[in-house]
Ligand binder design. Structure first.
Ligand SMILES: C[S@@+](CC[C@H](N)C(=O)[O-])C[C@H]1O[C@@H](n2cnc3c(N)ncnc32)[C@H](O)[C@@H]1O
Length: 284
């Protein structure tokens, strides 16, 4: 039989082993009832490595000397990379109209603004932030550093290339597309002045020893990333963000996410149209 056409089934035992492996690497947790998702997503990987069952694929990932490349591919396949420019526009409006002026005040001496887009996927989020900063009159002679990180090498490759298809612009005001992109045969190319503010880095949020590379930042965007983590991985990440934020710095989560049961260190700041978590100023 041609194994290319055969549906390979994933036993409960191997599902748990694979699930624990994915969790230990990334913090992403597959509950029991999502076994079929993993089974579906990894079919092609098992076949590509010419295995006819998940057990052999698991042992390859666990013990083979050449396992690193396949582990990277596994993480790529099981992570959700959905993103687009100007996602969650109300929150971005708050960032642009209210948070940026505050940060400009806080950093008048240094004239340096640092932002971290953690779990940046194909780059639409950090490039959106870069465009919003360029649109602000407050930062013309400033040093802008936007760090954008992801666990997946393939999305980072796409982000660095900076060429996008129409679906990435599904909620973008045509003004931005006209001003900051040029149409090429392969898609819409981001302008260099947007790109030059952004540095892409390969970083696993679940591997905090590597965070040491990051300087303290004025704002962290980690939207639609930790929703896939379990409670303990979420806690570890948001406490790590706390350490990486400057006093008065802001943490932006996705709209369906909150710090409830995760951390009591942050203050919830009320803006005109949104609520944002802030690292409080220490009382001296
Ligand atoms: C759904 S996308 C969100 C992209 C963007 N933040 C947004 O809201 O549009 C989630 C991204 O988080 C990344 N991710 C998942 N687990 C991660 C981890 N442990 N470390 C770093 N990035 C991770 C995935 O690779 C994916 O690109």
């Amino acid at each position: 039989m041609n194994i290319g056409e055969q549906q390979i089934s994933l036993s409960d035992e191997i599902f748990r082993l694979l699930r624990d492996m994915v969790y230990e690497i990334s913090g992403i947790y597959f509950s029991e009832d999502s076994k079929f998702i993993m089974e579906g997503r990894l079919q092609q990987s098992v076949k590509r490595k010419q295995f006819d069952n998940f057990r052999d694929y698991y042992y390859f990932l666990k013990y083979d000397q050449k396992r690193d490349e396949e582990l990277a591919s596994l993480i790529d396949i099981i992570t959700i990379h959905e993103t687009y420019f100007f996602r969650e526009s109300q929150q971005l409006q708050t960032f642009h109209q209210e948070v940026l002026p505050e940060l400009a005040q806080m950093e008048t001496k240094t004239k340096r603004l640092r932002i971290w887009s953690a779990g940046c996927s194909t780059g639409e989020e950090p490039y959106t932030l870069s465009m919003l900063i360029l649109e602000s009159p407050l930062f013309h002679d400033w040093t802008i550093e936007i760090y954008a990180s992801d666990i997946s090498q393939s999305v980072l490759h796409h982000a660095r290339r900076g060429i996008y298809q129409p679906s990435s612009f599904r909620t973008t005001d045509p003004y931005y597309q006209r001003k900051y992109f040029t149409k090429e045969e392969s898609g819409f190319k981001i302008a260099d002045r947007v790109k030059k503010n952004v540095t892409f880095l390969h970083l696993n949020l679940n591997d905090q020893e590597k965070w040491i590379l990051f300087p303290r930042t004025n704002a962290i965007f980690c939207r639609n990333v930790i929703i896939y983590f379990d409670l303990s991985a979420k806690k570890k990440v948001v406490e790590g963000f706390y350490e990486k934020l400057k006093e008065g710095g802001y943490l932006f989560l996705g709209h369906s996410e909150s710090l409830m049961n995760l951390s009591t260190h942050y203050a919830l700041k009320h803006f005109k149209n949104d609520l944002v978590y802030q690292k409080p100023f220490l009382v001296k």
